[in-house]
Design a protein around this ligand. Structure first.
Ligand code: FMN
Length: 174
């Protein structure tokens, strides 16, 4: 797919089919993360955890629901794959967020180039980052923390390309 088309297919997908993505698709999405930039090239400060075990994702959704007091909330939206980003906790929040977003945007664009749905997950990570059970389930090494994630799956409804909206982000040219 042309890069411009992948950009137009990218959108937050919040409803998925049950079927799993293929291993080749997962690898292509992970490869996109490996091609992302991170500050000062400190790739050793990151870990990716690709979760395809439904029991783990169900448990995370349950823990989130309990924490926020609304058990109907399913913040991973039934996606069969979620790739979590872990970062060495020594860096400050600003650079951590910036690095994480570079990894995740590359993965989202790789997903949309495959006509797969994807959605950035920040909320569930922020709510669950200190939960011992989550640290265990995601095998988070000491010194690392959960900073973001991305859902991936076959969208419940086929993605439609979006057009560029003029003026969506106020911009000046100097
Ligand atoms: C840093 C960041 C964090 C986000 N966190 C969440 C999230 O936790 N849950 C969610 O459903 N969407 C999340 N989103 C998706 C945004 O809500 C979405 O990108 C925005 O509304 C624009 O819609 P679009 O992605 O369809 O273009 C996040 C996006 C970004 C960039």
């Amino acid at each position: 797919m042309e890069f411009k088309d992948a950009l137009k297919y990218r959108q937050s997908c919040r409803a998925y089919q049950e079927a799993q993505i293929t291993d080749a698709q997962l690898q292509e999405i992970l490869d996109a993360a490996y091609l992302a930039p991170v500050g000062m090239g400190k790739f050793e400060n990151f870990r990716l955890v690709a979760v395809q075990d439904k029991a783990v994702l169900d448990k995370m959704n349950d823990l989130f629901g309990n924490k926020v007091g609304d058990k109907s909330m399913r913040p991973t939206y039934g996606a069969p794959t979620v790739i979590f980003v872990l970062e060495n906790a020594e860096d400050d929040d600003l650079i951590t967020g910036a690095n994480c977003s570079c990894l995740i945007e590359n993965m989202m664009l790789a997903a949309s180039s495959l006509k797969l749905g994807a959605c950035y997950l920040f909320g569930i990570c922020r709510v669950l980052e200190k939960e011992a059970e989550v640290k265990k389930m995601l095998q988070i090494p000491d010194g690392f923390r959960l900073v973001g994630g991305v859902t991936v799956g076959i969208p419940a409804e086929e993605l439609q390309q979006r057009q560029v909206e003029d003026g969506k982000i106020q911009t000046i040219r100097i």
